[in-house]
Design a protein around this ligand. Structure first.
Ligand code: ATP
Ligand code: MG
Length: 498
């Protein structure tokens, strides 16, 4: 039975192969003296082999910490300062960088490559080594025998959208995130497609979900609208999970309505604000598909979800076994419906804490145990949750708070705008000014003045794009698909000086 297919090469493997290869990897890890409590790392894109150490770690109760292959050496240095892995599984093209950074910091993990790379041991040679067949056949998972479902299984770095990525201890309970939403059960005839590597929480969830349901997983990295269509048609994809910005690009490019994607049953998307226009477009153009915007964090798992019949632009209602409180930004007191404040939550799937960082762990919870998300939002009288923006991302102009997302939604309603991102640029008298970075639709024309006018005509004076409009060939994204706002903030200052 097919477990997963590499969308680009067509390479496949079965559940039987997955079990055998993962068990062998687990046995090999034990021989390397990797024990419960230790940590191992994978550094990959969304590729077939990455599940081998991932499942192996679960077999022997070792923590796994997946990194994204596109992480810069600066990020890798940051990761090594926090985690000291015993073994790292990596693609050959990154092995030398990892070794260099590890050596510089005095960390000495064993490095295993997924392909054949001179100077490094390969996963294939390990799996092709000698194993006692009876031991492989009779191997059973120690993790599943555990009673402590809150034990840390995976350590994930947050996306690093607002600063340096934070290492987060994920308990087993987090794997129930998808089943706490009204998703139809996945069955062996289902085919899931996603793009993020295991370093993204949602990819971990879908990996576990497909394994437990005996469903097929299509692995693809590098997001491209045409490719998405081809893969849905070719592999009869039924489930697709993507980042909100990618979903927006799919809709803007017209791909979803141009092609026959009749196998698709459900699109789950999240990671950034669910724009009403996007939600409505998806529901109208794909009436037979369950459209599910979700809201969540690496630290918390999914917090809320919506459906095709939910209110457009809302991130839906809270998941089962979750609680939500909107805290006044100044007093921290709970607010009622339609009042903007910080979204706070308590849930079964809550992280165990920031990895080896008791101080930050303590600070993120208030005295009543509420986790503070750092997101600004509200709920309406029907219990629908609306996320306005990240509090840290709000632009302070002339004493007012400006939500970049609100301006982006307006800019994206312009037919010539493919994607946009608004960031602050410092200003001596006004505090900060909003600057818009814009990627045009291919072949479309629009001027900076037109877009500045659009905002000036439709929004309050302090929201005007006083920092200007900068056109880019491509809006930069962090590896999981979110807009790279740190890079854009730096670019805004450079453009201002010019
Ligand atoms: P970092 O914490 O390192 O800055 P990050 O917060 O982007 O990065 P994640 O845990 O991947 O890392 O993302 C969680 C955040 O993503 C949420 O706090 C929220 O700001 C945003 N987000 C996720 N889903 C939604 C949604 N449906 N609507 C609005 N924002 C969302
Ligand atoms: Mg965060």
């Amino acid at each position: 039975m097919t477990y997963q297919i590499d969308a680009l090469t067509g390479k496949q493997n079965t559940f039987q192969q997955m079990r055998e290869r993962s068990v062998k990897c687990a046995l090999w890890l034990r021989k390397q003296n990797v024990k419960p409590g230790d940590i191992i790392v994978t550094c990959t894109h969304n590729q077939l082999e990455s599940y081998v150490p991932f499942v192996a770690s679960m077999y022997i109760d070792v923590c796994i910490n997946p990194w994204n292959e596109h992480s810069s050496s600066g990020s890798i240095e940051h990761f090594f300062k926090i985690v000291k892995p015993k073994v790292i599984f990596v693609n050959g093209n990154k092995a030398a960088t990892i070794l260099e950074v590890a050596t510089k910091l005095g960390v000495s993990p064993k490095i295993v490559v997924f392909d054949e790379t001179e100077g490094f041991e390969s996963l294939e040679s390990i799996l092709n080594g000698h194993f006692d067949e009876a031991e492989v056949d009779g191997f059973s998972c120690t993790t599943l025998k555990k009673n402590n479902i809150r034990e840390t299984t995976v350590v994930l770095f947050s996306s690093g959208t607002t600063g340096l990525p934070k290492a987060i201890e994920i308990p087993h309970t987090l794997f129930t995130s998808l089943s706490r939403m009204e998703v139809p059960p996945m069955s062996p005839s289902d085919v899931g497609l996603w793009f993020g590597s295991l370093s993204w929480i949602t990819s971990v969830l879908l990996t576990i979900h497909t394994i437990l349901s005996y469903a097929t997983a299509i692995k693809c990295s590098g997001f491209d609208c045409e490719k998405v269509y081809q893969m849905i048609g070719k592999y009869k994809v039924t489930w697709m999970l993507i980042e909100t910005g990618m979903c927006n690009r799919l809709v803007k490019s017209g791909v979803l309505t141009r092609y026959n994607i009749s196998s698709l049953k459900i699109i789950i998307y999240g990671g950034s604000v669910n724009k009403a226009e996007l939600h409505e477009n998806l529901v109208k153009s794909l009436p037979d598909v369950l459209i599910m915007p979700i809201y969540g964090m690496t630290e918390t798992g999914s917090i809320s979800y919506s459906t095709s019949t939910g209110k457009f632009g809302s991130s839906g209602r809270i998941c089962k076994n979750n609680r939500l409180m909107i805290a006044d930004l100044n007093t921290g007191k709970p607010l009622g419906p339609n009042m903007h404040g910080e979204i706070c939550t308590k849930s079964l799937t809550m992280m165990n804490g920031y990895y080896r960082d008791p101080e930050n762990t303590k600070n993120i919870f208030d005295k009543d145990g509420w986790f503070h998300t750092g997101d600004l939002g509200y709920y309406d009288e029907d219990g629908y949750i609306f996320i306005v923006d990240r509090i840290k991302q709000l632009i302070k102009c002339k004493g007012h708070q400006v939500s970049p997302t609100e301006i982006e939604i307006l800019l994206q309603s312009h037919p010539s705008v493919y994607e946009s991102a608004v960031v602050p640029v410092p200003h001596l008298f006004d505090g900060q000014h909003p600057t818009a970075f814009v990627q045009k639709m291919s072949g479309a024309e629009v001027t900076a003045e037109e877009l500045e006018q659009l905002v000036a005509m439709n929004m309050e004076d302090y929201k005007k794009l006083r920092g200007g409009v900068v056109f880019l060939e491509n809006i930069p994204h962090v590896p999981n698909g979110k807009i790279d706002r740190k890079q854009l903030r730096n670019m805004a200052e450079i453009f201002k000086k010019k």
